[in-house]
Design a protein around this ligand. Sequence first.
Ligand SMILES: C[S@@+](CC[C@H](N)C(=O)[O-])C[C@H]1O[C@@H](n2cnc3c(N)ncnc32)[C@H](O)[C@@H]1O
Length: 213
Amino acid sequence: MFTLPPITLPGIDDYAAAHSAPDPDALRVVPENDLGMGHLISGQLVGGLLRMLIHTIRPRLVLDIGTFTGYSALSMAVALPEGARVISCEVDPERVEVARKHIAEAGFSDVISVRVGSALDTVAGIDEPLDLVFIDADKPNYHNYYAATLPKLSPRGLMVCDNTLWRGEIIDAGSTDPDVRALRAFNDAVAADPRCESVMLTVRDGVTLIRRV
Ligand SMILES: C[S@@+](CC[C@H](N)C(=O)[O-])C[C@H]1O[C@@H](n2cnc3c(N)ncnc32)[C@H](O)[C@@H]1O
């Protein structure tokens, strides 16, 4: 029988979180177990990584694919330079409503625009260059999000894809789980794409950073 190894040793994620900057105060508006689905939230380590990248690349326009209740959008918004914006995509109207409420409470309604509907439709309507793209929505569409946003990435732009190691199940080549299969195909396609350079990080559930070459 195939046994799944942990992505990191037990306790390592907690240790890393304890030795990383805590969530900024603005994130307090998002409850830990929001809508009873706290596991969907990208979390302190990924949020901290996104902010570190934002402080480095100083984006003008950020695309957040998969709003849920606004944690990743707010995580990035707090670090943006003056005048920069986040467009956040969410298909579920109830989640959009909750996210907009959190974003207003945190005072970021002018910075974050939550677009309701299929993220692919939202992406199709964006003509400006994207400086940072965070992909964290439905896994079977990861490759479509990648294909749609890569040509729109600004020359120094970055794509950040969450959950690319999928609890470690990603190395199960025989998995019939549709999310595992989609992520395996996505990871293979990115690694083989001569248009980009990527690095896969074993942060939390796996995070892939991609830039155009
Ligand atoms: C893992 S959650 C996002 C978590 C969020 N990034 C955070 O850190 O709190 C994924 C979200 O993507 C949304 N989603 C799924 N399919 C979508 C689609 N086709 N277009 C837009 N959003 C979608 C889901 O409704 C869900 O709220």
